[in-house]
Write a protein that binds this ligand. Structure first.
Ligand code: G1P
Ligand code: ZN
Length: 543
């Protein structure tokens, strides 16, 4: 085995987005594409010499090949040790936990999250820092800067690495530990939650359907839910990770998790339904014939988290991304704890969690998490829900109804206009931004506008300022619309329109969601001229 230095030239477009570098798999498979980026991760973070990294991915097509390349590059760059999931499998939350538990210098996660996989699908590489969270902007900027200057990369000329067996091997001076992907994660969950209460719940006949969507949470959910906690065998569906996620999108929303949705309808539906995404950081929560929006889930979890051992008497604050509904704000207000509003993307929660300012965090895009790691965590959210249901005694549908009766309901939906020409999308946003100063006091869709702005965030911990994070338009009565462009798409631009309408505690909580939101949608159309700019008369995906 020997190391070699391979001359290379910069490749355009290797700029990490909301969540790492995400491209079509075919692009990642171009000669030198992955190698260039990985070398820049090392170079942009002070070199790999003497460092320890966690390495794993969600099992999508090209995962195993990429793991081998990265092991050989880490060895050639002088890394001291790598902790690698067996078969190259690790969920994103599991990586975050391993980085923190073994105090490594960071981790590399191979995933394009909820985007489809396969030869024609998407692939991605994320770098997480030593706190276990996604690299902050100053690190991703440094990595990107290197990608524009790179002249060579280092790689070991080694044959295949035995990552299919738990154990240890070495490559040059680098020690590689191949570990069971689930064990450390399960150990953490055991500390956070009342496993005995959840075991008793299942022993009493409680039924769950967990849709792993042919993605990485399959092995985690099987072992923890069916194994340790005693849910009936078969409770976890689509449990075997496949390179193209069974041909679907591993995106836990009512559109893509249709198998779960149909399992949860009808008189014989299980008591609780959930799904997770490609890399295991997202979650979707359901009751019988009932979808709990991620925004409501965050509000309900915040209201009841004290029922779980990790959060009893130990809750400092909550944080939500700006487009996430304001349901949790009301809970925070009643609990007398701060509620932070951050830009989209999990990385903005990191500082708040590190500083102990927030205990729970959430995003409308099916992401919920806590200070136990520095990523959102799909299975954790499911376990927190189960812990709450086991200790509270009510079913989830009743719990949600009672919550609305107490706090009011924030009707909520996101409308996505996908693959629109970048020029049309930026044209829409530019025109909308220009109109903001004059909006207050005007009426749109029958709603009176209280105020409008382009969200900017001053981080309360390090003071850093992040600007132009999306347009917020507030209406009288607590309703709102938010418009922003996606930072994770791989083709054209995606316009996200987030609709929210507040109905007080004594109001009608049983309306059809889209009907309830139609005045807000009408206002968005009037103010942003969506059909004019995009040429579309309705969204492609409504969640
Ligand atoms: C999307 C979600 C965002 C999430 C991100 C990564 O980003 O909206 O909440 O953090 O994926 O999972 P977007 O495409 O909107 O930039
Ligand atoms: Zn994900």
């Amino acid at each position: 085995m020997s190391f070699k230095t391979v001359p290379t030239t910069p490749i355009a477009g290797q700029k990490p987005g909301t969540s790492g570098l995400r491209k079509k798999t075919a692009i990642f498979r171009q000669p030198g594409y992955l190698e260039n980026f990985v070398q820049c991760i090392f170079d942009g973070t002070g070199g790999a010499t003497g460092k320890t990294y966690v390495l794993g991915g969600d099992g999508r097509f090209f995962n195993a090949d990429a793991i081998h390349v990265i092991i050989r590059m880490a060895a050639a760059n002088g890394a001291a040790r790598l902790i690698v999931g067996q078969d190259g499998i690790l969920s994103t939350p599991a990586v975050s936990n391993l980085i923190r538990k073994y105090e490594t210098d960071g981790g590399i996660i191979l995933s394009a999250s909820h985007n489809p996989g396969g030869e024609d699908g998407d692939f991605g590489v994320k770098f997480n820092a030593a706190n276990g969270g996604p690299a902050p902007e100053k690190i991703t900027d440094a990595i990107y800067a290197r990608t524009q200057k790179i002249t060579e990369f280092q790689i070991a000329e080694a044959s295949a690495c035995p990552i299919d067996q738990i154990g240890q091997f070495s490559l040059g001076a680098t020690q590689i530990d191949v570990i069971d992907p689930v064990q450390d994660y399960e150990d953490l969950m055991r500390v956070l939650f009342d496993f005995a209460a959840i075991q008793a719940l299942f022993a009493g006949g409680f039924r769950i359907c967990f849709d792993a969507m042919h993605a990485v949470t399959g092995p985690y959910a099987k072992r923890i839910l069916e194994g340790t906690l005693g849910a009936p065998v078969g409770s976890v569906i689509n449990a075997l990770p496949s390179p193209d996620f069974g041909g679907g999108h591993p995106d836990p929303n009512p559109v893509w998790a249709h198998e779960l949705v149909s399992a949860m309808s009808g008189p014989d539906a299980p008591d609780f339904g959930a799904a997770s995404d490609g890399d295991g950081d997202r979650n979707m929560i359901m009751g019988k014939d009932t979808f709990v929006t991620p925004s409501d889930s965050l509000a309900l979890l915040t209201a009841h988290a004290h029922l779980a051992p990790a959060y009893a008497g130990n809750f400092t604050g909550v944080a939500r991304s700006m487009p996430t509904s304001q349901a949790v704000d009301r809970v925070a207000e009643r609990l007398g704890i701060p509620c932070f509003e951050t830009p989209t993307g999990w990385k903005f929660f990191g500082n708040l969690l590190d500083a102990g300012k927030a205990t729970l965090c959430g995003e409308e895009s099916a992401g919920t998490g806590s200070n136990h790691i520095r990523e959102k965590d799909g299975l954790w959210a499911v376990l927190l829900w189960l812990n709450i249901l086991a200790r509270d005694g009510r079913n989830i549908v009743q719990l949600q109804k009672d919550h609305w009766r107490s706090f009011g309901r924030n009707y909520y939906s996101r409308h996505d206009y996908e693959e629109i020409p970048t020029k049309a999308a930026t044209g829409l946003m530019t025109a909308l931004r220009a109109s903001l100063p004059d909006l207050a006091g005007k009426t749109a869709g029958g709603l009176i506008i209280l105020g409008a702005d382009d969200f900017s965030y001053a981080d309360p911990v390090d003071g850093s300022l992040t600007e132009a994070q999306g347009v917020r338009i507030r209406f009288e009565g607590g309703s709102r619309v938010v418009l922003r462009l996606s930072g994770t798409g791989t083709q054209g631009a995606t316009l996200r329109v987030y609709l929210e309408r507040f109905v007080p505690a004594d109001g009608d909580h049983a309306m059809n969601v889209q009907d309830a939101l139609s005045p807000v949608l009408a206002a968005a159309e009037t103010l942003a001229q969506i059909s004019h700019h995009t040429g579309r008369d309705k969204a492609d995906v409504i969640t």
